[in-house]
Design a protein around this ligand. Structure first.
Ligand SMILES: Cc1cc2nc3c(=O)[nH]c(=O)nc-3n(C[C@H](O)[C@H](O)[C@H](O)COP(=O)(O)OP(=O)(O)OC[C@H]3O[C@@H](n4cnc5c(N)ncnc54)[C@H](O)[C@@H]3O)c2cc1C
Length: 357
């Protein structure tokens, strides 16, 4: 019998498998042929410390030093420039303050990113803080640690039934049945479905589709910052010599293998195109992923009030990578009964109990 069975092999499940392994007998079951196939294989790979609500920002702050050291560091400098059109000046001021941006002149913005069209811009702000996350290396680091500590990590293992007999869980996949003391729900967009399988009430998690297009650009954009519209209406990020452009869509959907909606992508490109001089004529790829949020947009970490043998690690939304070190450490501490490194208000703000009051 296993101490812990983690359902879901994205960044949430893999980081927790690494944290628990070495302390307990761990099995992780992933439905797809490969790990990190869904949201964790489709992110923009950014670390923005001031992104998300107060609870998320505390997790970001805790995670940053870990991301700077794990596997010799998976963060690299990127920076962020927010751009406002004429008429957006007021919203820009509020947003720029929330992100701690310094005002820069349009001339400075255009010097940094020469494709920008001076005439279209009203104001710009910049911070050097945001970083790229090497998400592949982060995932590999967690996989290596978990495997080294003998955790059993199984792909092609879709959980179809989960029964609690009063002493242990019986977790069924197409091929086998596994026993565990505690089930951990790290199933991303499917986390509410897994709760139902385990006879635990769902939380009301909602997957939201977000689309990205990769666009070739005839400039060396390696050192450009992320470019961001006011109120996250679009963003563009240099990636391997091209630009990733996202309309920053947040369309509520049911859990599925997401794909980009052509019209949404076209609208995002149109927004970006209206601020730059060169014409975008080609897309080299498009994709979409699901960002799954709890009603209050904070992660859900803790035992289900209805069954303490069922543990939530869900609702990572748009912050699953940048919060992974903190979220997995807190989850492991709660599961192993170790004194948590986090204050009680933060633990309460993340606990599933907040939804049963
Ligand atoms: C376009 C986009 C941009 C993003 N940008 C960023 C960013 O810049 N920075 C950041 O920190 N985050 C970002 N995110 C968010 C981040 O990618 C997610 O928060 C994170 O990947 C969620 O990880 P997860 O492990 O919870 O979910 P997932 O990666 O979706 O993993 C859940 C897994 O559970 C498995 N599963 C489901 N049901 C079953 C079952 N019955 N049996 C077994 N397995 C099952 C699924 O197959 C899946 O692999 C972005 C997301 C998107 C979509």
């Amino acid at each position: 019998m296993h101490d812990f069975c983690i359902i879901g092999g994205g960044i949430a499940g893999l980081s927790l498998a690494a944290a628990l392994s070495g302390h307990a007998k761990v099995i992780l079951l992933e439905a797809e042929d490969t790990f990190a196939y869904h949201a964790s294989g489709r992110s923009a790979a950014l670390f923005i410390k001031d992104y998300g609500n107060h609870t998320i920002r505390q997790l970001n702050a805790f995670s940053e030093p870990v991301l700077n050291t794990i596997d010799a560091g998976v963060l690299s400098p990127r920076g962020l420039m927010m751009l406002a059109r004429h008429g957006e000046e007021r919203a820009f001021k509020t947003e720029a303050a929330a992100f701690g941006l310094d005002d820069i002149s349009i001339k400075e913005a255009c010097a940094m990113v020469p494709i920008l069209d001076h005439a279209k811009l009203a104001c710009a702000g910049y911070t050097s803080g945001p970083a790229d996350i090497d998400t592949d290396r982060l995932i590999q680091a967690y996989l290596r640690k978990a495997r080294h500590n003998s955790a059993q990590l199984l792909a092609k293992a879709r959980v179809s039934h989960c029964d609690w007999d009063g002493a242990q869980w019986h977790i069924k996949t197409h091929h086998d049945t596994y026993q565990a003391r505690i089930v951990i729900n790290a199933a991303g967009a499917w986390a509410d479905d897994i709760a139902r399988l385990c006879q635990v009430p769902p939380i009301g998690l909602v997957p939201h589709r977000r689309s990205i297009a990769r666009v070739p650009i005839n400039y060396d954009c390696t050192t450009w910052p992320v470019l961001d519209g006011v109120n996250e209406t679009w963003y563009a990020k240099p990636d391997a010599g091209q630009l990733l452009i996202s309309p920053a869509d947040e369309t509520p959907v049911t859990p599925h293998d997401a794909w980009a909606d052509d019209l949404t992508i076209a609208q995002g490109i149109d927004e970006f195109q209206s601020l730059i001089s060169p014409e975008i004529t080609q897309l080299t790829a498009t994709w979409a992923g699901l960002r799954t949020f709890a009603p209050d947009r904070s992660l859900v970490i803790g035992r289900a009030p209805e069954n303490p043998h069922f543990f939530w690690l869900a609702g990572q939304g748009g912050y699953g990578f940048q919060t992974a070190p903190a979220a997995s450490q807190l989850a492991a501490e709660l599961l192993l009964g170790v004194k948590p490194s986090f204050d009680t208000d933060l633990i309460a703000a993340l606990s599933p109990e907040r939804f049963s009051k």
